[in-house]
Design a protein around this ligand. Structure first.
Ligand code: PMV
Length: 313
């Protein structure tokens, strides 16, 4: 069974867990699914022994076997073959599209298909942000109230057709990230003095972003998106030891985005647990924004909103 899923970029960030084992978030979040890039995953249920191939290389990643155990604790050995058409593990949300595609392909391969909500819950167990990659367009991930997490799954705010925005991705370093997100989130929760205000602000920021999306108001959406990313990075920077995912090129790109805005061009920046900068803008402005960012980046890519994860027969 084969499934494909797109990465997503959070407009309002998820950073922090209230339950590490279940990947239940401390804050709600909201994302745009990216068209263009994708993960394609084929699962064969019942082979000689567990095997995981990522981008053509056999990997020893215990997260995959543990994830498959959620589908069936008495499962047979399973083969998972996954390919990304973009850099893996560099803060470009490869774990999001990866676990979304795996949740969909593996539940069908096991003969245990689930509702879209339950598939999103399953993907969340692999990587929190993966629950958002099951759906297309503009997607929220609410906190939920069930201690088991059955209601902490993605919901669509608006389909891709609602608003044809662009996300210009400036890649400054394609290597793997220094500190993984679970370790980083726990460090911030334990040590950042900004933690409680970060958690308290989340619900209002998601509400503001949802209403900006509904109204197709880019200035409001861009403003809340940039505020969310800077507040998240402030909790990272004020952790002990500090989490600094930015490189000098990241800062140069941020100044470029501010300079574009000073010239009246609608461009707003967001960054994840890596040095890349992603810039939200109208489709018509994407070419000149891409040209302005390109001198500071190794590569640039332009994405519109993408569709949901789906099976490929
Ligand atoms: O899903 P994880 O555990 O890889 O966490 C992703 C966290 C951020 O990318 C930094 C923010 C987000 O909401 O995607």
């Amino acid at each position: 069974m084969t499934a494909i899923a797109h990465p997503n970029i959070a407009l309002v960030k998820y950073w922090g867990k209230r339950d590490v084992a279940r990947n239940l978030p401390a804050v709600p979040s909201l994302s745009m699914t990216l068209g263009g890039w994708r993960t394609r995953t084929t699962v064969t249920w019942g082979v000689q022994r567990d095997r995981f191939l990522l981008d053509g290389v056999v990997r020893d990643d215990p997260r995959v076997g543990r994830f498959l155990d959620h589908i069936d604790a008495d499962r047979p050995p399973v083969e998972v073959v996954s390919d990304n058409d973009f850099p893996t593990g560099a803060g470009l949300a490869s774990s999001a599209s990866g676990f979304a595609a795996l949740a969909l392909a593996a539940s069908h391969a096991a003969g245990r298909p689930r509702s879209p909500e339950a598939t999103s819950v399953l993907a969340r167990l692999g990587s929190g942000s993966a629950c958002r990659s099951l759906l297309g367009g503009y997607v929220a991930w609410p906190l939920g109230t069930d201690p088991e997490g059955s209601d902490s799954h993605a919901i669509q705010i608006a389909p891709a057709s609602h608003w044809d925005l662009r996300m210009v991705v400036a890649v400054v370093d394609a290597g793997p990230k220094a500190t993984g997100s679970t370790e980083g989130m726990e460090r911030s929760r334990r040590t950042s003095p900004l933690w409680s205000s970060w958690v308290a602000d989340g619900p209002g920021e998601v509400a503001e972003a949802s209403s900006a999306i509904e109204a197709r108001d880019l200035e409001r959406l861009g403003t809340v998106m940039e505020r969310s990313t800077f507040r998240m990075h402030a909790t990272m920077h004020t952790s002990t030891p500090p989490l600094l995912y930015w490189l000098s090129a990241t800062v140069a790109l941020l100044h470029e985005v501010f300079a574009l805005r000073a010239r009246g061009i609608g461009a707003w920046a967001t960054m994840d647990a890596g040095p890349q900068v992603k810039v939200l803008c109208e489709a018509a402005d994407a070419p000149r924004i891409e040209s302005a960012l390109a001198p500071h980046a190794l590569e640039t890519h332009v994405h519109g909103p993408g569709g949901p994860a789906r099976l490929q027969r």
